[in-house]
Design a protein around this ligand. Structure first.
Ligand SMILES: Nc1nc2c(ncn2[C@@H]2O[C@H](COP(=O)(O)OP(=O)(O)OP(=O)(O)O)[C@@H](O)[C@H]2O)c(=O)[nH]1
Ligand SMILES: [Mg+2]
Length: 192
């Protein structure tokens, strides 16, 4: 577990991005309401590090968290939230892109998809975009507690097939049941 988890800033433009001192960064992406902020809280074992909400569109800036004074977790606004004004959505796209492109410190993009729903078209677009940027990607299934125990593997297969990736690389997690995080922590440790 981590000793310190510190909120640094909510950035809405590139010039607000903090100087991460060439330390490793890990970003969590996914559609709105998929459970990104809850995931970060469960992963760090903190209740309210990242703000969560039952209403989609809670996270509206890129939030930086400094972990153990030596690496960063980055929580970004979710995509695919139709009710958001169009110009706001374009702004989001712009600064998420500014964050992702040419970011040499970014060790892993965790793409979160709903375990039960599987990858949506937006998820596939994001996955392809991350691949195009040559970023290391890990697919995380969220809210696995909503999938019956017997259906877990079948759901993971649906995700791996839809994205054409190896089944063994899909990690199903539940922030509610605090499950699946060991594998994620392993991946993070391997990239430090
Ligand atoms: N059952 C279940 N619900 C979850 C889980 N993780 C998150 N949720 C719920 O899903 C909703 C959205 O969670 P958030 O963590 O705020 O989602 P987000 O992806 O950060 O959303 P945006 O900030 O809008 O992009 C909340 O009501 C959470 O309680 C989970 O593992 N299981
Ligand atoms: Mg959020």
């Amino acid at each position: 577990m981590f000793d310190t988890c510190e909120y640094i800033i909510s950035a809405t433009s590139k010039k607000q991005f903090p100087n991460t001192k060439n330390n490793p960064e890990f970003v969590f992406l996914g559609r709105s309401n998929v459970g990104k902020s809850s995931f970060i809280n469960a992963l760090t074992n903190r209740k309210n590090l990242a703000r969560t909400s039952s209403k989609p569109g809670k996270t509206i800036a890129i939030n930086f968290f400094e972990i153990d004074k030596k690496f960063y977790f980055v929580d970004v606004p979710g995509y695919g939230y139709a009710s958001r004004a169009k110009d706001t959505r374009q702004d989001f796209g712009k600064y998420i892109e500014e964050y992702l492109v040419d970011n040499k410190n970014l060790k892993m993009a965790f793409l979160l998809v709903d375990s039960k729903v599987g990858p949506t078209n937006d998820d596939k677009l994001m996955f392809n975009y991350l691949k195009y940027l040559n970023l290391p990607i890990t697919i995380i299934g969220t809210k696995a507690d909503k999938v019956g125990t017997t259906k877990q593997i079948a759901q993971a297969k649906i995700i791996s097939k839809a994205l054409e990736i190896d089944l063994s690389t899909v990690i199903l997690t539940s922030a509610v049941e605090r499950r699946g995080f060991d594998k994620v922590l392993d991946l993070i440790n391997k990239n430090l």
